[in-house]
Write a protein that binds this ligand. Structure first.
Ligand code: XMP
Ligand code: MG
Length: 178
């Protein structure tokens, strides 16, 4: 497999699509087991999670629903100075089993700011499924119940993840070349 250039940077193949699909099947098997009869509501965070969410959802054999939201970040007046709010969340979450679907947990700031908004709507349970985590970059107490891959603290593109808008359509995952 060849390196790819996205904008001004060169990325090298990192995780091939066959391995990605294999891990997704494993995660889906766990979700099928844990959520059988619970009709979980998967909530995909746009844009990055759309491919992971689609592949994961297709592997579910149980009754399940999916919806997508966008997060808007702005400087709040709170002490953290960072507030994230959901756009497009129309479902009633009350009493539902929620699985948040993310592309990557980096510092964890995004989910740390956003999870209270989910809990405020009184769901029965909330868990996170993420395609990637960068444990070395994590700054908040965020734990994903389902993680496809833990990776080093380096920038990646492909499989839904972008570098300034490009690279999302690469079927494999690529990592920034040193
Ligand atoms: P936090 O730090 O809030 O960040 O967990 C999560 C968001 O940061 C973006 N991000 C990346 N996007 N390659 C990407 O294409 C990466 O290596 C990367 N690291 C962080 C991403 O939008 C994610 O939702
Ligand atoms: Mg994202």
């Amino acid at each position: 497999m060849k390196d790819v250039t996205v904008h001004d940077k060169v990325f090298t193949p990192f995780i091939v699509k066959e391995r990605i699909q294999q891990r997704i099947s494993e995660l889906a098997a766990e979700i099928n087991k844990e959520y059988a009869g619970k009709n979980p509501l998967m909530i995909g965070i746009l844009n990055g999670s759309f491919i992971f969410a689609a592949d994961l959802f297709r592997e579910l054999t149980i009754e399940a629903e999916i919806s997508f939201i966008k997060l808007a970040s702005y400087k709040g007046t709170s002490s953290t100075g960072h507030v994230v709010t959901a756009i497009g969340m129309e479902e009633d979450l009350h009493g539902r089993h929620i699985v948040i679907v993310e592309d990557i947990i980096d510092t964890g700031t995004t989910l740390h700011s956003f999870l209270p908004e989910i809990h405020h709507r009184q769901p029965a349970s909330v868990k996170i499924a993420t395609f990637l985590t960068k444990p070395a970059a994590l700054k908040h107490d965020i734990t994903a119940a389902y993680t496809a891959f833990e990776i080093d603290n380096k920038f990646v593109v492909g499989y839904g993840l972008d570098y300034n808008g490009l690279g999302r359509n690469l079927p494999d995952l690529y990592i920034l070349k040193e």
